[in-house]
Design a protein around this ligand. Sequence first.
Ligand code: ITT
Length: 198
Amino acid sequence: MQKILFFSSNKNKIKEIKNKLKNYNIKIITIKKNKEVSFPTESGLSFNENASIKSNFGFKIYKIPCFADDSGICISALKNMPGIASKKFLKSFKTESEGLQYILDITKKKMDFDAYFYSSIAFTINNTKTIFFNGIVKGLISQKPLGLGGFGYDPIFIPRGKKNTFAEMTIEEKNNISHRSIAINKFINYLTKTASPL
Ligand code: ITT
């Protein structure tokens, strides 16, 4: 069985990715955020750069093929911010719900509800080779936060063509359409259909 490391400290991402890969002959190894594992600074200027900083770092420590996700939400009323700074943006408020409310207020004020989630998966196969798989899901910022599932911006994001926010969906429903699942589908396709280097 192929053994691959998913380098992430985000337990919700890990849950989604494990659920997505459960029917494949691929063993996903994950790390726990503890004192023994340090995390690299995400100093890149793009989702791809930050994803590869994480996948290269994981590869160097564990010495097995390693993938990582860098993702975020781009909101039209915020000039496509927070993007790669999505995690930092929510953390800059006292609570996550205050951060979400700030977005709801701005989108209503500007009457511009367009937004999209983006995911870059970087897969480091060896010291010299890292490849990328990307996913995007377009949608709208909701009128109010709805749902208890998911994480981060899920309670205020309604994917195009749907009535519910990501946070109102089951993990399987979100995994059928999300930015991360689109990128992961391409990754699975690479691992299973092409001459996999593993
Ligand atoms: P890693 O350890 O994998 O880096 P992280 O949470 O730090 O975990 P990122 O640096 O990629 O990950 O930041 C992504 C942020 O974007 C995340 O913390 C959320 O705030 C937001 N985000 C990304 N995907 C999301 C999703 O599917 N639903 C809701 N929010 C999401």
